[in-house]
Write a protein that binds this ligand. Structure first.
Ligand SMILES: [Zn+2]
Length: 434
């Protein structure tokens, strides 16, 4: 009996050995070569002419003017185009979209069911990596995993899952109905108060798959309440969130419009400030000194004010937006001038996913050069993600996340609103090049 078992095991292991050899031979990664007429080097801010990008599987193997194209490689001719690394949006809400009709006649639709619809518009717009900064569930974590496992196509996602907020704060999305609140398990909200609770919340979110931690430092434009500016956590609570997240190797970003809240978040040690609308000179100085990124969504205001009524934004929120939107842009310009590090983030989801690139022309209108705005959406964003070794520039060993546009984005950044070629991880998702 023992002998037979041994024989079966050895036959099985030989079969396994052979099939794995066969499998590995048939799965040899495909080699692709892109001929890039112009290539934007986001690390140096220079434009390189007539470059060859060699891609093996999902990674870039070599880049240069005299890289030899191996025989049998699939050649992609972008010699009439400007080629740049895949764009990165540091502030999206990928699991939802304003006016997505989950509420409506005939009943409620679970938003999880429609969340995947926003992936391809984002990717085809040239955004190959995004942060999901607040999802009313762990849907963003699931989307990320489904993409990584090849079940769905979409951008790389760094998910925050729930957004950590004080009771009644910007991220407290309860309908202000005590009966409903009492039925909601604490595991299904980002609400946490006091040093112990916020620490536990960070640990729990990381356990469930959060790749970044978002905390609400001040109120918001689209949430209930009168003040946009008031801090919503004490200094001790903010310190605890950042300390715990950093201990678990997660970056922290703070949703902060208000002057005081911004400074408290910086003092707590956050890696980035979202919005930053009412920042003052001291806040700008603190950001610069501490190397904190500003992620200012300076396009969305135009969308909110022109479409807000149609998509059901309250008059109270619109009134707040009229004041805050303009101030935010003026302060963004001051921060750029002062040399604060800027990363591109749009709040996509408030406006339809896929229109993310509309923000570029606002960034150049408010103080940046086209090259700086592109760097904000590539190498700077990659740095903020902690993914500088993976994405953000077209360099050997990084993921082959590559896009192209037909005209020169350094002359007019608006051309980034119409990308003609998108590759993510070596796979082509869009190619309109003639
Ligand atoms: Zn947001």
């Amino acid at each position: 009996m023992k002998k037979i078992t041994k024989q079966i095991i050895s036959i099985l292991s030989i079969t396994f050995l052979f099939t794995s050899i066969l499998f590995s031979q048939s799965k040899k990664p495909e080699i692709k070569a892109i001929k890039a007429g112009k290539l934007i080097d986001t690390e140096t801010g220079r434009v390189l002419n007539n470059q060859i990008i060699l891609i093996e599987g999902e990674k870039i193997k070599a880049v240069g003017a005299d890289v030899k194209i191996p025989e049998g490689a699939k050649v992609i001719d972008l010699s009439n185009a400007t080629v740049l690394p895949g764009l990165i949006d540091c502030h999206t809400h990928i699991t939802g979209q304003s006016g997505n009709r989950v509420f409506g006649r005939g009943g409620y639709i679970n938003p999880s069911v429609v969340a995947h619809l926003y992936l391809m518009p984002t990717l085809k717009a040239g955004f190959t990596s995004i942060r999901s900064l607040g999802s009313n569930s762990f849907d963003d974590v699931s989307l990320k995993r489904a993409i990584e496992r090849g079940l769905l196509d979409g951008p790389r996602i760094q998910p925050a899952s729930f957004y950590i907020s004080s009771t009644g704060g910007h991220g407290d999305t309860s309908p202000r109905n005590p009966w409903v609140d009492s039925k909601r398990p604490p595991e299904y909200t980002g609400v946490a108060d006091g040093v112990d609770e916020v620490r536990k919340k960070v640990r729990y979110l990381v356990k469930m798959g959060a790749g970044v931690i978002k905390m609400g430092a001040s109120a918001g434009v689209l949430s209930v309440g009168d003040s946009v500016a008031a801090p919503q956590y004490s200094q001790e609570e903010m310190n605890a969130i950042v300390q715990e997240a950093h201990r678990l190797e997660r970056k922290v970003t703070a949703h902060a419009h208000g002057t005081e809240a911004i400074k408290m978040a910086i003092k707590a040690g956050v890696d980035s400030i979202e919005h930053g609308s009412l920042i003052d000179n001291e806040g700008i100085r603190l950001m610069k000194e501490n190397g904190v990124y500003l992620v200012a969504d300076i396009y969305v205001s135009d969308f909110i004010l022109s479409q807000g009524k149609k998509i059901g934004i309250s008059e109270q929120s619109l009134a707040k937006e009229r004041i805050v939107g303009k101030t935010q842009r003026e302060n963004f310009q001051k921060a750029v001038k002062a040399g604060v590090k800027i990363a591109f983030g749009t709040d996509a989801g408030i406006f339809p996913h896929g229109l993310n690139a509309r923000q570029f022309s606002f960034m150049t209108k408010w103080g940046m050069t086209p090259m700086q705005s592109i760097q904000a959406a590539t190498i700077n964003a990659a740095d903020l993600f902690g993914w500088k070794d993976k994405v953000g520039s077209i360099k050997a060993e990084k993921y082959a996340d590559i896009i192209a546009v037909e005209n020169d984005p350094l002359k007019d950044v608006k051309v980034l609103e119409n990308v003609s070629f998108v590759m993510k991880g070596g796979k082509v998702y869009k190619n309109l090049q003639k």
